[in-house]
Design a protein around this ligand. Structure first.
Ligand code: TMP
Length: 212
């Protein structure tokens, strides 16, 4: 089973990963958590390049191709072998992030992004995608608080430095994707407490495991 987590900066995805893995393991699933960009040794180098605030002059097309390069390496080296062995993979961001950030927010052609992924990744889709939704002003305030108190690294802050308008486009892009594919997406209000969000995620996964 392939599960993905999506959401704007500061939506709390990363905080929820450990509880989800523990929950899935308690239900008998061998589960591996991973993330994009940076789920492989090569991907970590690509991630550093992509998220470095000094990469502010990166061309959007170069950005798209680097995220895609990271994903090809990740899918072939990590995700596919696990899925083929019957394991469960929980991925913090995947292809939907590219459609939203590089497509809806940067303005690259979404048809091109879809074709690229179809061609390279044979359209590997998550079985379920959990979208943690909240207003960008709130998400960014949380993200900057974490950067300023050191619990999140400032060397990866290129996207946090984007304008509020950019993050509004990211949020509405995600909500649009969720509207287009209601059978795959589950949307959670991530402005609630960490505990409440965890309860909702686990309850969604519980019913999904019963009726996949
Ligand atoms: P994160 O790992 O802290 O969530 O940061 C990854 C950043 O990269 C985040 O700002 C979203 C961005 N991103 C894209 O722009 N396109 C993508 O395809 C992915 C996976 C992430």
């Amino acid at each position: 089973m392939f599960i993905t987590l999506e959401g704007i900066e500061g939506s709390g995805k990363t905080t929820q990963v450990r509880s989800i893995v523990e929950f899935l393991q308690s239900k008998g699933h061998t589960c591996e958590a991973t993330r994009e960009p940076g789920g492989t040794r090569i991907g970590k180098k690509i991630r550093a390049l992509l998220l470095d605030p000094e990469s502010s002059d990166m061309d959007p097309m170069a950005e798209l191709l680097l995220y895609t390069a990271d994903r090809v390496q990740h899918v072939k080296q990590f995700i596919m072998p696990l899925l083929s062995a019957g394991k469960t993979v929980l991925c913090d961001r995947y292809y939907d992030a590219t459609v939203v950030y590089q497509g809806y927010a940067r303005g690259l052609d979404i048809g091109l992004i879809r074709s690229l992924h179809k061609l390279i990744l044979k359209d590997l889709k998550p079985d379920i995608t959990i979208l943690l939704d909240l207003p960008p002003a709130k998400g960014l305030a949380r993200a900057w608080k974490q950067i300023n108190n050191g619990s999140r690294t400032g060397v990866e802050s290129r996207f946090e430095k984007e304008t509020l308008a950019f993050h509004e486009k990211v949020r509405s892009g995600y909500l649009e994707l969720a509207r287009l594919e209601p059978e795959r997406f589950r949307v959670i209000d991530a402005s609630k407490s960490e505990n409440q969000v965890r309860k909702e995620i686990l309850s969604i996964l519980s019913s999904f495991l019963m009726h996949p």
